[in-house]
Design a protein around this ligand. Structure first.
Ligand SMILES: [Fe+2]
Length: 247
């Protein structure tokens, strides 16, 4: 069990620590997670509230002062309760190079200020229109699989390996593996259902689900991009994946 608002080793990881910012489940703001390795910082879903972003910045300031590294902010999907603060004020860019990453469909929705697919209309928020530096699990990636290296605007390089992760009964999850330290890899799975761009991530023995566990909630089911057939496929696949990994 992870302890809230404390740095701790990620179970099963060798050089990765985690700082979880957990909330009671609601539709206003997501949980957030900071992961640090000697090579980079990863933030999963910074959330929508300024006080949560301030907390993330506070947790990172001293750490980045000791060792400057790039920050990769990954959105598990494009709903504004998971990403809004990063879109409107990128506070962390005052500390270091910051890159945004989202699945290709979510990247397009954020770039095009799509109020429905981002649920900005549901949350009554305006969108600034945001460029996403790293488009994860694109159709092109899935079609060709294999390795690629991204050279980002700040000069940082990201090595990405795409494949199709096999599951029971012929199912697959499109997957990307991205080294986050010399000894640890982050796995990213395309897991639509809650939204078309939903991704799940695994680092060490921790599985980050985004809003999938929330996806059947009344008021959430049926939002633009929600898809029951995809959701069932994803959930059955995840059960298989969790059983295989023995988390
Ligand atoms: Fe969501």
């Amino acid at each position: 069990m992870l302890e809230e608002k404390k740095w701790q080793n990620i179970p099963g990881a060798l050089q990765a620590d985690i700082f979880p910012v957990l909330r009671k489940p609601d539709v206003i703001c997501s949980n957030a997670y900071i992961i640090r390795t000697p090579q980079m910082i990863v933030i999963i879903d910074p959330g929508s509230l300024p006080e949560q972003m301030a907390l993330l910045k506070e947790a990172l300031t001293e750490d980045l002062n000791q060792l400057i590294r790039p920050v990769y902010i990954i959105f598990t999907h494009c709903h504004v309760d998971h990403c809004y603060q990063a879109l409107i004020v990128n506070e962390l860019s005052k500390l270091t190079r910051v890159y945004f990453a989202a699945q290709e469909n979510g990247a397009a929705a954020l770039r095009n200020r799509d109020l429905r697919r981002t649920a900005a209309d549901f949350h009554r928020k305006e969108l600034p229109g945001t460029e996403i530096d790293i488009e994860l699990l694109s159709n092109e990636d899935k079609l060709h699989c294999g390795e690629k290296e991204l050279i980002l605007a700040g000069g940082d390089r990201l090595h990405i390996l795409t494949d199709l992760y096999p599951l029971k009964e012929g199912r697959v999850f499109p997957r990307q593996r991205i080294p986050i330290s010399e000894k640890d890899v982050m796995e990213v799975f395309h897991t639509p259902g809650h939204s078309a761009d939903s991704i799940c991530l695994i680092i060490g023995e921790v599985l980050f689900l985004g809003d999938l566990a929330f996806a059947g909630n009344s008021g959430i089911a049926g939002l633009s991009g929600w898809n029951q057939k995809d959701l069932v496929y994803t959930l059955e696949g995840l059960i298989d994946l969790v059983n295989k990994r023995r988390f």
